[in-house]
Write a protein that binds this ligand. Structure first.
Ligand code: ADP
Ligand code: MG
Length: 391
């Protein structure tokens, strides 16, 4: 897209909007000179997908005639957004009748600019939330914690939720829910004929009443490479169908993983309290902050803390190195975790009253805001009365 501003204030707003994560793949050229400069620019070149024009004055007659000449230079499939400080219904109507897709009333903040651009690009902000879990190292519990947080979110929110195992060929999501994956994520992502035409629902297993699961059941004999374009498209489809989607990512730093990390709403990094965990967490936080400058920091879990006899780093060491205090410190609890894994159950089921279960439940409320107010506390009076009378 190209943007032609008239005032330096709006140029700053445009630059701030351009740093938004979902616009990070949009090539945004910001130039001064307003409509006259745009006319020069497109005298010989064709117009891009989106052109944003700031009006140079409040003289509506003059601005109308400039826009009319611009319309002649503009390709039919280019979306035109106009920004100006005039608040006039007739002018607005005239713009719409003449094919302008949106009018930004100035002054405005970068959030409003981002919204208008999302609209022009058909990116829905209101669609479902996507949360990715990623280990700072392999084997640190990223998957198992992801599965628990997904299950807790589905249960407490009561909203359709999806857990996607992206550790193609090696994933444990289906195992952890005692399910056998039939058609896995690999098929969904790569048999583009079937995958594109059919609803995501066709590929899922039911793990719990509100939790669907896409497990990996791919044969290791067939090589599978997820591409950045595939993951982007698939995440968009998940978002359309589910309120919450949890991506269980393998421990890699490839192109498609980086693309996924740009697309998701929230990231949870899981690290073990050792030197490699610390170093990788620091590197990942630095990279993620650069990739997502307008977003909050990722969440950080320190997992498997307190192994007897092991020298361990602490939360404050992570705070010092990565600039992020862990949101959750999870103790090493081999009995609980291995019992759950062996039975294909969650620790909420095998050890409902354990500290680990409680910590994970609280953490789900941190990752997915508003989750906590949904049920337990507000509770339903009748059910509380019943539970009392039963006791
Ligand atoms: N806090 C913990 N205490 C004990 N065992 C754990 C803990 N967290 C995870 N595990 C176990 O560690 C193993 C590896 O976990 P997994 O989630 O597959 O790691 P990753 O996805 O990071 O490779 C699993 O057997 C899991 O049950
Ligand atoms: Mg894993």
């Amino acid at each position: 897209m190209d943007a032609f501003f008239e005032t330096p204030g709006f140029a700053d707003t445009l630059r701030a909007a351009g740093r938004d994560r979902l616009l990070s793949r949009v090539t945004m050229q910001i130039q001064s000179g307003g409509i006259p400069r745009a006319l020069e620019a497109y005298a010989a070149a064709s117009t891009p997908n989106i052109v944003l024009l700031e009006l140079g004055s409040r003289d509506l007659e003059l601005e109308r005639s400039k826009l009319e000449s611009f319309a002649e230079a503009c390709d039919v499939d280019t979306k035109v957004i106009v920004a100006g400080s005039t608040n006039d219904v007739d002018f607005y109507r005239w713009l719409r009748e003449n094919g302008v897709s949106d009018y930004l009333l100035l002054p405005t903040g970068d959030a409003a600019v981002v919204d208008v651009l999302y609209r022009a690009m058909n990116i829905g902000r209101s669609a479902g939330r996507v949360i990715a879990f990623l280990g700072a190292k392999g084997g640190v519990g990223s998957s198992v914690l992801c599965h628990h947080v997904a299950a807790e979110t589905a249960r407490k929110s009561g909203k359709p939720s999806l857990l996607v195992d992206l550790d193609v060929g090696f994933g444990t999501a289906a195992l952890n829910f005692d399910l056998t994956p039939l058609k896995g994520v690999a098929e969904l992502l790569f048999s583009s004929v079937a995958g594109e035409a059919e609803a995501v629902e066709k590929f899922v297993l039911r793990a719990d009443s509100n939790l669907s699961l896409i497990g990996t059941g791919a044969s290791l004999l067939r090589g599978i490479a997820i591409t950045p374009e595939h993951i982007e498209r698939t995440i968009r489809r998940f978002r359309e169908s589910y309120s919450y989607t949890f991506l269980d990512l393998p421990h890699e730093w490839s192109d498609w993983i980086r693309n996924a990390l740009i697309d998701v709403d929230d990231i949870v990094v899981v690290a073990a309290p050792d030197i490699a965990g610390l170093r990788n967490t620091k590197a990942m936080f630095e990279a993620l902050r650069q990739m997502r400058p307008n977003d909050e920091d990722p969440r950080l879990i320190l997992n498997m803390a307190g192994v007897r006899g092991r020298q361990e780093l602490r939360a404050r060491d992570f705070q010092a190195a990565a600039g992020k205090e862990p949101d959750l410190v999870m103790p090493f609890a081999p009995e609980t975790f291995s019992e759950a894994a062996t039975e294909g159950k969650l620790i909420f089921d095998v050890a409902a009253r354990s500290a680990e279960a409680r910590k994970l439940q609280n953490f789900a409320g941190v990752v997915v805001p508003n989750l906590r107010v949904d049920t337990t506390e507000s509770g339903n009076l009748m059910s509380r009365l019943f539970s009392k009378s039963k006791a």
